[in-house]
Design a binder for this molecule. Structure first.
Ligand code: NAP
Length: 426
């Protein structure tokens, strides 16, 4: 059989890992693919960079890879516009299979790219775009299809999970732990996309599309990061038997599909609560088939290259399905649940002046909004410094809690913006 020709654009962490793994295990991978896998071209910005592996067939312009004789183009440049988008569109338009790890690109342009791939009868595969080495894309696209999946919840950003884990272990604040994470290479110099929840949102949009048969959709997704989480919140969470995790949650509700990214209180006995450090975890409520939990390394050279290579081998073997599991034309608009409709118990923290009547007035505002309190902790600080009041509510709609907190925050006895964190059932 003729060799299967591969072109790789981007030779950084992931691209370098793919080149090295193909060199090290090419023979077995070719056997699995049924065809010899051959790299016919590579591209990056800097031709002369020392990369720690042999660079052959280098071209300075990635677009030449999309018009050459490659059967498949691997896009590992990154970014939702610019060269990455142009390369993927050109490669697909020229009838080449595409494998990418680019969640930002697919979250924004996934449906159009999937349509283009189908028109040309080529693969568009993205296992590495979500949860690194965990094979969750294939699982949701091909395995958990018999019963209607009700929800998917994930710890999808290793940087956030590392920071929250370290905050819990050391008692240090967010800013201090972020600095340490940057020094150790666990956080980018510009951490905004990670700690602000944007990266988790991109990945969640792809998981939701696979599960619900909808086009990836970001516009209606509320996204909150971990910047406002304090060491005190983490401490109080543990007193109540919970840990704080940044979750991406997508679920069916009677009012539509709920998609959101936010810090959540997760019971310590839940598998998600025990995903530590830079690991990722995904919990799938697969309806009658039951819950399934997946965990492992969500980023880094080897786990991500592992996912990219599984896609390459499948495309080479001719085994590919529509990118999101259904024909792109059948991907419906999301139909989001109304904002604020989510119902759960809530963790609330108030920083207040230690004067008579404050507690009664907070309880009164919550009660007026129809929010009832299940338990409460009050902790004093040094005299004159105020106190923290922490409450756990019974089930309440987000909009009702927000309404009460708006009233409470306006009081001159309240020293800081109140904190509200939903409590996840599992
Ligand atoms: N790193 C991870 O753990 C991980 C995990 C999951 C998904 N991803 C995704 O994988 C993709 C790649 O990430 P990465 O961490 O490997 O990034 P990276 O280390 O920054 O590598 C990016 C590569 O793209 C090249 N590049 C950038 N702009 C280019 C341009 N205009 N033309 C040609 N080449 C260009 C760079 O060239 P130079 O080397 O010459 O600068 C570099 O080789 C991204 O979409 C990312 O979101 C990464």
């Amino acid at each position: 059989m003729t060799p299967f020709k591969i072109a790789i654009a981007g030779l950084g962490t992931v691209g370098g890992g793919v080149v090295k793994a193909l060199a090290a295990r090419g023979e077995d991978l070719s056997t699995r693919a049924g065809r010899k896998l051959e790299i016919v071209g590579v591209s990056a910005r800097d031709a002369n960079k020392a990369r720690g592996f042999a660079v052959t067939n280098f071209t300075p312009d990635p677009l030449t890879l999309a018009s050459g004789d490659a059967d498949l183009v691997v896009e590992l440049i990154g970014g939702d516009e610019g060269m990455a988008r142009q390369l993927v569109e050109t490669a697909l338009a020229n009838g080449k299979h595409v494998v990418t790890a680019n969640k930002a690109l697919l979250a924004r342009h996934g449906k159009a790219l999937a349509e283009l791939a189908e028109t040309k009868d080529v693969a568009l595969k993205f296992e590495a775009a979500v949860a690194g080495g965990i094979p969750i894309v294939k699982t949701l696209r091909e395995s958990l299809v018999a019963y209607e999946v009700q929800a998917v919840k994930g710890i999808l950003n290793g940087t956030c999970n590392y920071i929250l884990t370290e905050m819990e272990a050391t008692g240090a604040g967010f800013a201090e732990v972020l600095k340490q994470a940057q020094a150790k290479g666990y956080a980018e110099a510009d951490p905004a996309l990670d700690v602000g929840g944007g990266d988790t949102a991109h990945k969640l949009a792809l998981l939701a599309a696979l599960v619900f048969g909808t086009a990836p959709e970001l516009a209606s997704m509320p996204v909150e990061g971990i910047e406002q989480i304090t060491a005190a919140d983490i401490h109080f969470a543990s007193e109540f038997g919970f840990r704080i995790k940044l979750l991406g949650v997508a679920r069916r509700t009677s009012q539509g599909i709920e998609q959101k990214v936010h810090p959540a209180m997760v019971r310590t006995r839940s598998p998600l609560a025990n995903v530590d450090g830079a690991q990722n975890g995904v919990l799938v409520d697969a309806g009658a088939a039951g819950p399934f939990f997946f965990s492992g390394r969500g980023a880094g050279e080897a786990p991500t290259a592992s996912a990219v290579i599984s896609d390459i081998v499948e495309a080479a073997a001719g085994a590919f399905r529509p990118a999101f599991g259904r024909p792109a034309a059948r991907l419906a608009a999301l139909g989001p649940a109304p904002a604020g409709a989510a119902v759960s118990p809530w963790y609330l923290r108030f920083e207040v002046l230690d004067v008579p009547g404050v507690l009664a007035s907070i309880a009164g505002s919550l009660s007026e909004a129809g929010v009832s309190i299940e338990s409460m902790i009050q902790r004093g600080r040094a005299p004159g410094e105020g106190v923290a009041i922490v409450m756990i509510t019974h089930d309440a709609p987000q909009s009702a809690v927000e309404r009460a907190l708006k009233v409470i925050a306006a009081s001159d006895k309240v020293r800081a913006r109140p904190c509200m964190i939903p409590m996840e059932a599992a």
